[in-house]
Write a protein of this length. Structure first.
Length: 250
């Protein structure tokens, strides 16, 4: 009996010669769906299917998801599988467009609020979530059938203990990921009541805006601060390019 070739990575014994066909059915289904979603996102952003120079970009994004999911398969096997299924993926996207389903977009609404104390300070939150860490403003997700206004008031109450009054919509920050359009409404508030207290989301505290800019900011906060700090910009759209995600201000 021939001996299998293995390598050890992160404490796991992995087969160096593993083929795509060796994957479990559920793993194959997940990878195929990632291939479809990444191709669809590319099509929606560029209004065309990826040509040969951009296929590698799609495969790299798919492979990132594969690694994050803890699935072991050589990159070359994923590349070959994408090329084999590429025509079928394009057909599926064309069918969706023909049926009108491409006009129905999955959207996730969120919010964030810069609260000012009238003494030159803003309320900062040191986020401790595993996926989103760093200094940011308090906020969260809009619940199903919840008014945007009610949502920002509720989120601020839950994360800071404060009750804000008459928050004003100041801008929007948005991006697409995994076929979902994520939209953050950016608010400002100058009136509030209550006693400041931190939550499981992280520590909240007052800090000058200039000092906050020097902190280890959460992803995207540089552009959020540019919107909040003036009326020059009211929107930031983030897109995935060859060098990663990049925000454009409008």
């Amino acid at each position: 009996m021939s001996q299998k070739k293995h390598i050890k990575a992160d404490g796991r014994l992995l087969q160096t010669y593993k083929k795509y066909a060796d994957l479990k059915l559920k793993q194959k289904e997940r990878i195929l769906e990632w291939m479809f979603q990444e191709t669809k996102v590319y099509y929606e952003e560029n209004h065309a299917f990826p040509d040969d120079p951009h296929v590698e970009e799609i495969v790299h994004r798919v492979y990132d998801k594969i690694e994050q999911a803890g699935i072991w398969i050589p990159y070359e096997e994923v590349w070959k599988r994408y090329r084999k299924k590429q025509a079928d993926i394009h057909k599926r996207i064309r069918r969706m467009r023909a049926s009108g389903r491409e006009n129905i977009e999955k959207t996730c609404f969120m919010n964030m609020c810069m609260i000012q104390d009238g003494q030159g300070n803003v309320l900062a939150l040191d986020k401790v979530d595993d996926e989103y860490t760093g200094t940011t403003f308090p906020g969260g997700h809009v619940e199903r059938e919840e008014a945007f206004y009610d949502s920002i008031v509720r989120e601020i109450r839950e994360e800071t203990g404060l009750e804000i009054k008459d928050p004003s919509l100041w801008g929007v920050y948005h991006w697409k990921e995994d076929g979902i359009h994520n939209v953050i409404f950016l608010y400002k508030a100058n009136e509030f009541s209550g006693v400041l207290k931190s939550s499981e989301e992280g520590r909240v505290y007052w800090i000058s805006l200039e000092e906050m800019k020097k902190k280890d900011l959460a992803v995207g906060m540089e552009n959020v601060l540019k919107i909040m700090d003036s009326r020059k910009y009211s929107e930031c759209r983030v897109c995935l390019g060859p060098e990663g995600y990049k925000g454009t201000l409008y």
